[in-house]
Design a protein. Structure first.
Length: 358
């Protein structure tokens, strides 16, 4: 499946070493102002090659809008966007053409389909996420009209955890750190692993401000289940926590419940979601990325004939995919919320009447 969402949905296309990547976003209401500078800025936040904490592959990630926008406004038709690849070095992958890189999708893709684009993993490459960020930028522009804000940052790298979350410091940080006090230690952890040809994992925090009450469709399309689905669709994500997440299974009911006062909830252990529906509080989600599988240490694997061989990777890889992955997680959150906001319009007959009243 290459499509995500129901009412606000997008499909992505393209491979890491192919000609281009892109997306088609469908179901976008007409009349949304499309700020192309904003979309490009979102792309620039995620793009590779910006510093020593990311892959050295240099891509401009310039987005071209091909349809669905007229005179700067969405027309209600499908919005298609393309990003041309500029800096493929496919030769780097010749030596892994017939073998499976440990920790990668190579093994499962090949066994499932009987073929694979071995150049950078093709469709399974993290490069595909550029198209999601383009689609996410359209979702964010829709959410902006509803005054809903989505933001993200890095709360942990290689087990070095933030003790405070300051979203205002994220844009100044090369690793999108939420806590200035541990930023240097987190950077050091990335470089220490990189210098040893290894990699580290990390955790991104996605936060939503001003979400209205009512987003999410019980029972089989709960907001939390769709957020988890969206986040788990990002390469290298191995776990997702809503609110206090796993901690909720360790504390007593009284300590986990958010007491309710007339002006809102006293605490936010639930992460802004109750019964699969947003409760009007901040939505908080932690997204756990495994350590990048592409490392430069000699590893053991098999080839397509099931013969045991050594695997030695070349190429340009992120020593910590969580860093740029945080921007992707933020985009996926925006896409889920845009979808839920459109679905929610038909939850009450009053809303339907408003649209059809003469
Ligand atoms: C290019 C991007 O990330 C790439 C993701 C990736 C992988 O195996 O996932 C491998 C590297 O690319 P290459 O195949 O050229 O060695 C990364 O640079 C990007 O995010 O835009």
């Amino acid at each position: 499946m290459n499509t995500f969402g129901h009412r606000f949905r997008f499909s992505t296309f393209g491979e890491s070493h192919g000609k281009a990547l892109g997306c088609i976003v469908d179901g976008v209401p007409a009349g949304i102002k499309i700020d192309e500078e904003f979309i490009q800025n979102e792309m620039d936040r995620r793009k590779p090659g910006k510093n020593k904490y990311a892959t050295a592959r240099k891509e401009g990630d310039k987005v071209e809008i091909l349809s669905g926008v007229f005179e700067g406004i969405t027309t209600g038709t499908s919005i298609s966007m393309v990003i041309f690849n500029e800096n493929q070095k496919s030769k780097d992958y010749t030596n892994v053409k017939d073998l499976f890189r440990p920790g990668h999708a190579d093994f499962t893709y090949f066994n499932k389909y009987g073929t694979r684009d071995y150049r950078g993993g093709g469709r399974s490459s993290a490069r595909e996420t550029a198209a999601r960020v383009a689609a996410g930028a359209i979702a964010k522009l829709m959410l902006k009209e509803l005054e809903i804000e989505v933001q993200s940052g890095i709360c942990a790298i290689d087990g070095v955890e933030a003790s405070e979350y300051d979203f205002s410091s994220v844009s100044d940080s090369e690793i999108f750190a939420l806590d200035k006090n541990v930023e240097q230690a987190q950077k050091d952890a990335i470089l220490a692993a990189k210098n040893k040809h290894n990699s580290v994992g990390g955790v991104a925090l996605v936060n939503v401000k001003n979400a209205p009450i009512g987003l999410g469709e019980p029972l089989y399309f709960k907001l939390d289940s769709q957020i988890a689905n969206a986040m788990m669709s990002i390469n290298a994500v191995k776990a997702v926590e809503i609110g206090d997440g796993t901690l909720s299974s360790k504390v007593k009911g009284y300590d986990n419940n958010d007491q309710i006062r007339k002006d809102g909830f006293k605490t936010n252990h639930s992460g802004g979601i109750l019964g699969g529906i947003s409760n009007g509080d901040d939505i908080n989600v932690k997204v756990y990325f495994k350590s990048t599988p592409s490392i430069f240490i000699k590893q053991e694997t098999v080839d397509i004939h099931n013969d045991e061989v050594d695997c030695e990777l070349k190429g340009r890889h992120d020593p910590c995919v969580a860093v740029r992955g945080s921007v992707v997680a933020e985009s996926m959150m925006a896409l889920v919320l845009a979808d839920m906001a459109l679905l929610n319009m038909s939850s009450k007959i009053e809303n339907v009447k408003k649209v059809y009243s003469k």
